[in-house]
Each structure stands twice: as structure tokens, then as C-alpha cells.
Design a protein around this ligand. Structure first.
Ligand SMILES: [Zn+2]
Length: 383
């Protein structure tokens, strides 16, 4: 549920200022989007197995290659960038595997669209090419909840579509062989599904995305913002993405269970999570927050022992302990136990999913919600 920027959520119930941001639908600003390219695999040496119920066509537009392969399974072998399909060397660096009918399968998952094997030097990339709307629909199956109101899923669809379009622009500028990864490094993508509720929300917002300065925005989101005000977060480049510098607090998620979390460990168990560094201070005795930023996010943590103390970054604590759900937390030691108490679930930037769900319950429309979380943006639509 987390977007990252590099390849990369109590507000006042009064909306007088929110509605000042006008939502403008502009038709015909851009041609229909071409295929989205999602990275499914990357190999120097190894094997990919791809299935298609009706066999394949192997194509390469620039060379006119178009070969029918009746086999239901293809073995793509990579050895230092050289590609063999079912044992035969493929003399092109850009081969597309097209299913004759139905969906492709790879690693137990079904995919819409085609697969392309792209080689760059000694590395081969397995890339799924599919339509923008199919991609957004698939992402929502992983990143949303079908049981939530359609209006919320419309919000998520527009955010997801904006994000992938921004990534596509960036990838094309950097000449990267794919637009995004299939993990939560970008957006979690697990292939095709037949969930009608999700598909309906995607259809109802077909082609709509958020733009800033005319370009699709990097519409980051997390599960729950914990009431953190993004504009106060340190070490985030808001110059690149001013629409993520929201100055109003979201208080909507406060009603949800996910809003706060707590976890405790005996001192010796907590210590084990930071070995070997903690060994140097002679056993853990105390922990405390050493530094927070203006938003209340942890920057530094101090671990004290019998013979010294060490400092850890907030990132280090977050990544080392799966029970730590966000960067907004306090620490305390009592009766030999370390207790961490926090707010939020995720990175606190962009849209707050649980907050958006509560807004819909209060009667907010998808447009108002998007304007709240992504200020100074406009809604646009492909022709
Ligand atoms: Zn929130």
C-alpha cells in the first residue's frame, strides 16, 4: 500500500477553502494512452516459464517477425543477456509473447495483455504490456477493498491512474525498459481479476487523472495518515511535488481502528532486533525518541545500555520491526518492557485511504476528496 516517490496522508469540516480549487475536465489534451509496461522479472541467467491456453505468437514489430508457437508453455532461458525460447536462440532483443486466446500466466498469476522480453546488456527484463484501464483495475484489486463504497474506489482509481501516467512519463524520459515495478515500490500489481465492483469504479472514471502544471501527478497514498500534516514532514522534496505538501490535517481516519497501533517487547527481545550494534553498549537498559521532525515523525532513536548508547535512524527502526506501522510513534520502557505507541499506517504522504472512506460516509464526492489530499491539482481526462 505504499507508493514511493523516486521511481517512483482533523480537518475542518468547512470546505470553503477546498472548493476554491476548481476541478477542470479538459477533453482532448492528450491522445489515448499507449500500453503500460510493468516489470514482472529481471534476470542475468535463469528461466521464465510462461503459459497460454491457446499457444502463442512471437512478434517483433520492427523486424516484422511473427511466428506461431502452438505450445501451451514457453520456456524463456536467459544466459548473460542471450535469449532462447523453447531452446532456440532468439536473434532479437525485443520479443513479444502474444497469447493466441485467453490470458497469459506467469508464476501462477494470470495477466491481461502481452509479455515482452527486453534485453539490455547482460540483463533481460520480462515486461507485461497492457492497457491503462486494465492496469488500474488490477492495481485496485490489491490496493483497495471491493467492499468499500464505489465513490472511494473512484478516488483510488484516479490516484492510481495519475501515478502510473507520471511514472510512464518519467520512464520514457529515462529510457527505462519498463514504467513501473509490480511491487509496492510503485503500486502492487498481481495481474488480472474479475471483480465487478472494482471494474465499475474504474469504468466510471475512465481516462480521468490528476494533473499539476499540466502533467500527471505522482499521486502517493498510504492506508492511514494518522493525522500527520504532510507539509511539515522533513526530508521530502516538496519542490518536485508541491501538490503533496498538504497543510490541513486529516482527522477522518481517527475514527478507524487502523489509526493507532501499539507493540511491546521484553527488553532482551527488543535488543535482539538491533544486534550486533546493541552488543557494544553492554545490554539494553532504556530506549527513547531522540529527535522528531515538525510533523511528529521519528528521525532518531537512542538506545542506552550499561556501558554506552547508540543512535538509530527512525527509518532503521521502521524497517527492522514489522509491528512498527508508521513513522509517527513514541517509545517508553516500563517494568522491563519496551512499548512503542504510534499513529497511522504507511508513510503519511498523499491520500489517506481510510480517511477517504470516512469522507465518503460523510457525503464527500471523489472530486472533493482528491482536492483535499492533492491540493492545487486539476482533474483531466484523455480524449
Ligand atoms: Zn487520515
Amino acid at each position: 500500500m505504499r507508493f514511493t516517490f523516486d521511481c517512483y496522508n482533523s480537518t475542518s469540516r468547512a470546505f470553503s477553502s477546498v472548493v476554491l480549487f476548481s476541478l477542470i475536465f479538459i477533453s482532448g489534451v492528450q491522445a489515448s494512452p499507449c500500453d503500460i509496461r510493468v516489470l514482472l522479472g529481471e534476470l542475468h541467467t535463469g528461466v521464465w516459464r510462461v503459459l497460454a491456453p491457446g499457444g502463442f505468437r512471437l512478434t517483433r514489430e520492427s523486424s516484422g517477425m511473427n511466428v506461431r508457437v502452438p505450445n501451451q508453455e514457453l520456456t524463456v532461458t536467459i544466459r548473460r543477456g542471450r535469449v532462447r525460447v523453447n531452446g532456440r536462440i532468439v536473434r532479437h532483443d525485443n520479443v513479444t509473447l502474444v497469447p493466441q486466446r485467453g490470458r497469459l500466466e506467469f508464476n501462477g498469476k494470470a495477466y491481461d495483455g502481452d509479455l515482452r522480453v527486453i534485453t539490455r546488456g547482460d540483463t533481460a527484463y520480462l515486461v507485461n504490456l497492457l492497457g491503462l484501464e486494465e492496469y488500474v483495475s488490477s492495481v485496485l484489486r490489491s490496493e483497495s477493498w471491493p467492499g468499500w463504497p464505489t465513490e472511494v474506489n473512484k478516488v483510488f482509481a484516479i490516484a492510481s491512474r495519475s501515478y502510473v501516467l507520471a511514472m510512464r512519463q518519467r520512464a520514457e524520459k529515462n529510457k527505462r525498459p519498463y514504467h513501473l515495478k509490480n511491487t509496492n515500490k510503485h503500486q502492487t500489481y498481481t495481474g488480472a481479476h474479475d471483480c465487478d465492483v472494482i471494474k465499475k469504479a474504474v469504468d466510471m472514471t475512465r481516462g480521468i487523472y490528476l494533473a499539476h502544471d499540466g502533467k500527471p501527478i505522482v499521486a502517493m497514498f498510504d492506508s492511514c495518515c494518522g493525522g500527520v500534516i504532510p507539509a511539515n514532514i522533513a526530508d521530502f522534496d516538496f519542490k518536485r511535488a508541491p501538490y503533496l505538501a498538504r497543510k490541513k490535517a486529516c482527522t477522518f481516519c481517527k475514527r478507524c481502528k487502523i489509526y493507532s497501533w501499539q507493540a511491546s517487547w521484553p527488553l532482551d527481545i527488543f535488543e535482539k532486533m538491533f544486534r550486533p550494534r546493541v552488543v557494544t553498549i553492554g545490554g539494553l537498559r532504556d530506549v527513547r525518541v531522540a529527535q522528531k521532525d515538525d510533523a511528529g515523525l521519528i528521525k532518531k532513536v537512542m538506545l542506552k545500555g550499561r556501558s554506552g548508547q547508540i543512535e538509530l535512524s527512525g527509518d532503521r527502526v521502521y524497517s527492522a520491526i514489522k509491528e512498527v506501522k508508521s513513522f509517527c510513534f513514541d517509545m517508553a520502557v516500563k517494568s522491563g518492557k519496551v512499548t512503542l505507541s504510534g499513529r497511522g499506517f504507511g508513510h503519511h504522504i498523499g491520500l489517506c485511504q481510510w480517511g477517504a472512506r470516512e469522507m465518503v460516509r460523510d457525503g464527500w464526492t471523489y472530486k472533493r476528496i482528491l482536492q483535499f489530499y492533492y491540493p492545487s491539482t486539476q482533474l483531466k481526462r484523455f480524449a
